[in-house]
Design a protein. Structure first.
Ligand code: PTJ
Length: 247
């Protein structure tokens, strides 16, 4: 990346690509993660590679909901670990959440590599390795979670999630905060709080809102959550993608 100047118009997107590539090389990100990244990039390009106002509102709402939660958990897959490891650790600290590695393509090697990578970025406790509970309604490998992590959580942040699992978690009664650049994806449509933004921008922005809201009363946080309109957020993102001016 040293030969790409920071003022290159596609700097952020090239940096993201490079991180995903590195993730695959380190055994963190799956090959399917490369395809997922390509799909995400196309949506991001149409969004103007920026956080649109409805996404910023969703991110503030997510911060408020996380601060209200009793047992919040941030779920981490191979793409999230490659793109925002340090930012995820910081967000977990600000809102008092646990971090759990939860993979679509689960192998013991990738679980360990991701947990190590998160520890290298400052995580003290990484869940997901015990796998002593199951999400009902999913096949064996994809259902594995920690009993004292996602299984017991009231609020779960699930970025770049597969639709089946997002639906199964919602069935369990979890409040889901989904980060996904595709407003039409089943995971985004299942979420209580869909965030249609790049994970690279979303995670630090949720943390910034959480810092800002740290002194707020529960009534104020509940007001923010209550005023959020998920249908409007999805519609606004779809409108921006379908009708946006290409820059
Ligand atoms: O690491 P694993 O084994 O858990 O696998 C993770 C992937 C992402 C490969 C797996 O969950 C998968 O196949 O996901 P999908 O079904 O391809 O969905 C990924 C979604 O994330 C798509 O809707 C993309 O548009 C979106 N996406 C991709 N990159 C980003 C993104 N959303 C936000 N930020 C991104 N950087």
């Amino acid at each position: 990346m040293t030969d790409i100047p920071e003022d290159h118009p596609r700097y952020q997107s090239l940096l993201t690509r490079h991180r995903i590539e590195e993730g695959v090389e380190k055994g963190i990100t799956s090959k399917q993660g490369l395809i997922a990244e390509g799909r995400g990039e196309a949506f991001d390009y149409l969004l103007g590679e920026e956080t649109i106002p409805s996404a910023d509102r969703a991110e503030r709402t997510a911060a408020a909901r996380l601060l209200l939660a009793d047992r919040p958990v941030l779920s981490v897959n191979g793409n999230v670990a490659a793109l925002v490891p340090g930012e995820t650790v910081k967000l977990a600290e600000v809102v008092g959440a646990d971090i759990e590695v939860n993979l679509f393509n689960r192998t013991p090697e990738r679980m360990e590599a991701i947990a190590d990578h998160l520890r290298d970025h400052g995580a003290s406790d990484v869940k997901g390795l015990a796998a002593d509970a199951r999400i009902p309604g999913l096949d064996h490998e994809r259902a594995k979670v920690d009993e004292d992590g996602i299984f017991a959580a009231d609020v779960v942040v699930v970025p770049l999630e597969d639709g089946d699992r997002a639906e199964a978690l919602a069935e369990m009664g979890k409040v889901e905060i989904v980060v996904d650049l595709n407003p039409l994806s089943r995971s985004a449509r299942t979420a209580a709080i869909p965030i249609i933004d790049n994970i690279i921008r979303a995670v630090p922005n949720i943390a910034e809102h959480a810092r800002d809201l740290q002194g707020a009363s529960d009534e104020e946080l509940e007001r923010i959550v209550g005023e959020f309109d998920r249908e409007a957020a999805l519609a606004e993102a779809e409108r921006a993608i379908r009708g946006g001016d290409l820059r």
